[in-house]
Design a protein around this ligand. Structure first.
Ligand code: ATP
Ligand code: MG
Ligand code: MG
Ligand code: MG
Length: 473
């Protein structure tokens, strides 16, 4: 079953259960400074959950474009290392705004997944979790749906901090949230990993496919939970993950949506090994970058634009690693539009603009990439275990290597980055630039010979922002 068919089936299923089919919203959240990019299907309905916005329907279903590359849900570090994480993915969701609650949500999810009329997944391949104290959800799964006790795991609140743990979903530090119940698929014992709740749960054997969130609270800035006007439901299932299940492959990268892109990435980089993880990273990153630009983002030195810049530069560096020293990344826009342009026409409408934006960034970064890599290779050549913070700083400051890009290279070589040293260098630079700035004010042209400091200043403030993003602010 093709991904496009699964997407359609999902929407059809929920339409048949009286849900309004609603279009995906933009990746750039409208009037919501609490998140960087749209990270879940529920984002566009936030105010509906909070009771501020009324819609002519109480049930909705969407296939939502999502990017998780910063803030609370940040999967950038995972891409290339797990079978299941992308920076860009499509989230299939069904929503109840004070209409149905736990029981219907669970019954619908199970019917869609296991009924032969819909996906027909064998029941014994599925496992579920419920929030630790959620007896109601446990009983629905166990008594009504008939999932045996050994396939239901209670997770959460085991550290004494109520709702601080997993199985309690929240879109950001504030906003709608609630306990959840997740559905996992067992890809088989030939793959490393353990069931949810076990020490090996982060492996890729049991892959989470669908999260059913029982939206009950709004978390305010002080962290206090306030009950929502009406208990609601928000669910999210990754299209790429469910496609992997239906197409009987393990990793998301093996599904139909990625084949054409991976082939194009190999062609444009000239890579010899079709299995290279770098090709997966590139195929992943062209999706987030192209969709973000289509939705109005542009590479920049701060904010959302800087996150985009980091993803683009990371992709370019992976191309470089594969031996491609020329510009290639923008050439993947056309193959992406071939595969996803039917579902997302903006890719075709804005194709030239996306290509131009990526090409410009390739040109800018292309000027310093090679020298930066030479520096890094030289420094790491001596069998170092830790990269000095000063070098990481120089790479960011002089060569335009975002700190996460440096960390990505280092991780490949089993080297850690001295982040504290990097931050200290950054701080020193900031102070120096401030002093230099004052000096310039008074001494005028006397400062001119050190103009590169000013370039450094912008780079440094950028890096400081990235650290802030990393820390989830
Ligand atoms: P994981 O634990 O695997 O990181 P999650 O618990 O962070 O997933 P949710 O926030 O519950 O994910 O999002 C709902 C669904 O969206 C997940 O069950 C999964 O199918 C999908 N999903 C989440 N993050 C990603 C991602 N980075 N790439 C692809 N699909 C994703
Ligand atoms: Mg996650
Ligand atoms: Mg999870
Ligand atoms: Mg989850």
């Amino acid at each position: 079953m093709k991904s496009s068919q699964i997407r359609q089936k999902f929407l059809d299923f929920f339409a048949s259960k009286s849900h309004q089919v609603v279009a995906s919203s933009s990746l750039i959240p409208a009037n919501d400074p609490t998140i960087l990019f749209t990270n879940a299907g529920m984002n566009q309905f936030k105010d509906v959950f909070l009771g501020f916005d009324k819609r002519p329907y109480t049930r909705a279903t969407t296939s939502q474009k999502c990017v998780r590359a910063g803030g609370k849900h940040n999967d950038l570090e995972n891409v290339g290392y797990t079978a299941r994480h992308h920076t860009f993915f499509e989230m299939l969701g069904n929503f109840s705004f004070g209409d149905y609650f736990k029981r219907e949500a669970i019954l619908y999810a199970w019917e869609f997944l296991t009924s032969p009329e819909w996906l027909g997944i064998p029941k014994e391949k599925l496992m579920v979790t419920v929030y630790a104290t959620d007896d109601e959800a446990y009983d629905i799964w166990n008594k009504e749906v008939g999932v045996p006790a050994e396939k239901i795991v209670r997770i959460g609140d085991n550290k004494g901090a109520p709702y601080a743990s997993d199985n309690f979903w929240q879109m950001g530090d504030t906003g709608p949230c609630g306990p959840c119940s997740e559905i996992f698929y067992d890809h088989g014992d030939h793959i490393w990993g353990g069931p949810p709740g076990s020490p090996e749960e982060d492996g890729d054997r049991f892959i989470e496919i669908w999260n059913n969130v029982f939206m009950q609270f709004n978390r305010d800035e002080a962290g206090v939970l306030h009950p929502l006007p009406k208990p609601s439901v928000d669910t999210g299932m990754g299209l790429e993950r469910i496609s992997a299940v239906m197409q009987k492959v393990h990793a998301n990268y093996e599904i139909d949506l990625f084949q054409h892109l991976l082939a194009a990435a190999q062609r444009e980089t000239g890579a010899t090994d079709p299995e290279s993880p770098s090709l997966k990273v590139i195929a992943d990153h062209i999706r987030s970058c192209a969709f973000l630009i289509a939705d109005g983002a542009l590479p920049a030195n701060d904010g959302r634009g800087y996150v985009l810049r980091r993803i683009i530069r990371r992709a370019i560096r992976h191309g470089y690693k594969l031996g491609q020293k020329g510009y290639f990344f923008h050439k993947l826009v056309a193959p992406l539009a071939d595969v996803m342009g039917d579902a997302y026409p903006e890719l075709r409408q804005r194709k030239e603009h996306i290509i131009d934006a990526l090409k410009t960034e390739e040109e800018i970064f292309g000027r310093t990439l090679e020298n930066g890599m030479t520096l890094l290779d030289t420094v790491l050549g001596g069998g170092k275990q830790v990269l000095d913070g000063d070098v990481a700083f120089k790479l960011s400051d002089t060569y335009g290597f975002p700190i996460d890009l440096t960390a990505d290279v280092c991780r490949e070589r089993n080297v850690t980055v001295d982040i504290a040293g990097f931050e200290a260098a950054l701080e020193a630079q900031r102070k120096q630039s401030k002093a230099a700035g004052t000096f310039k004010m008074t001494a005028g042209l006397a400062y001119e010979g050190e103009a590169s400091c000013f370039h450094g200043y912008t780079e440094s403030s950028r890096a400081a922002k990235v650290i802030a993003l990393y820390k989830g602010s």
